[in-house]
Design a protein around this ligand. Structure first.
Ligand SMILES: [Zn+2]
Length: 309
């Protein structure tokens, strides 16, 4: 099952963030016979109570009412509308649904009766999410809510303790690092372009800031070196932000990864997580290639590799 909603195609006007990439990835997965229409499941929106596990009441009230100051909108870099808020609330629900799929096939958010019983397919894929720039008290960088952080808090509430976040978007996962800075149960790993947004990069458990123009071989070697440290945390669930923006022709990224390099990146992550039999949640995160077809091809390849088993 793959989590997706056509309602992720949110109208944000003329924008570098192509919100129709989700629909395009969905359509391409079907057109290329990687998935059938029946493989997709539509999420419900995250509840405001779930969002409040991460976000402050003041910030959520501003988002709900639209009482956003000009500075808030400038920092979020998205227009405010009820459709934007509801679309992204749905997207948080999508990551939560994928986390439920990954961590339990039987009954949502409960452990199997026999804890020794293997989980049949500990994988949840979300064609959306990865909103890693959202902080508790504000949104920024196209991210009104931090979907992965909300999902982690919900899993924790249901007894799951140790989580790892592997964030391979080209931009540092600043909101996520900040949220979990003082929670030793959550290992946050971000590998990103150092000299790029965000300026302020709160410290995560493991941060690798790469030089401008880093190519496939250097990138993959750094990733291969880092993954054992992530898995040494012995996570009970791994969230993977498979950003497409380390791609060489991305408008908001300055790394030089090829499509083959990005596919190899995905494989390294999937192999490391699978060899530990750890439930895995995959979210798409950023992607702003000059040609939207490239962003769609990169995200589609991630799903293909995830399903390869
Ligand atoms: Zn990004």
């Amino acid at each position: 099952m793959i989590v997706y909603s056509a309602r992720y195609h949110i109208d944000i006007g003329l924008h570098v963030f192509p919100t129709d990439k989700y629909r395009r990835v969905h359509d391409r997965l079907i057109a290329t016979d990687v998935c059938r229409p029946s493989d997709f499941v539509e999420p419900g929106p995250a509840s405001w109570d779930d969002l409040a596990l991460v976000h402050t009441a003041d910030y959520l009230a501003k988002l709900r009412s639209g009482a956003m100051a000009i500075e808030d909108i400038a920092q979020l870099e998205l227009p405010w509308s009820a459709e934007v808020v509801e679309g992204f609330r749905l997207m948080v629900g999508g990551t939560l649904a994928a986390a439920v799929i990954a961590t339990s096939q039987e009954s949502p958010l409960t452990r199997p009766a026999n804890p020794q019983a293997p989980i049949p397919n500990p994988l949840g894929i979300h064609l959306g999410g990865g909103l890693h720039h959202a902080f508790p008290n504000h949104g920024e960088g196209f991210c009104p809510f931090n979907d992965v952080a909300v999902a982690v808090r919900v899993l924790q509430r249901h007894g799951l303790e140790r989580v790892a976040i592997v964030d391979l978007d080209v931009h540092h996962g600043n909101g996520t690092a900040f949220i979990f800075e003082s929670d030793p149960r959550v290992f946050t790993f971000s590998m990103h372009q150092q000299h790029n947004y965000p300026m302020w990069k709160p410290r995560g458990s493991l941060d690798i800031g790469l030089a401008d123009g880093t190519h496939d071989a250097t990138y993959l070697a750094a990733l291969e070196g880092a993954l054992p440290e992530v898995m040494a945390h012995r996570p009970e669930c791994v969230f993977y932000l498979a950003g497409a923006d380390p791609y060489e022709d991305d408008q908001l990224g300055g790394l030089r990864l090829s499509k083959d390099g990005l596919r190899a990146r995905d494989r390294l992550v999937f192999d490391a997580v699978r060899s530990a039999s750890t439930p895995l949640v995959v979210v798409l995160a950023g992607g702003y290639a000059r040609r939207i077809e490239d962003t769609v091809a990169i995200h589609t390849a991630t799903v293909e590799e995830a399903l390869r088993g």
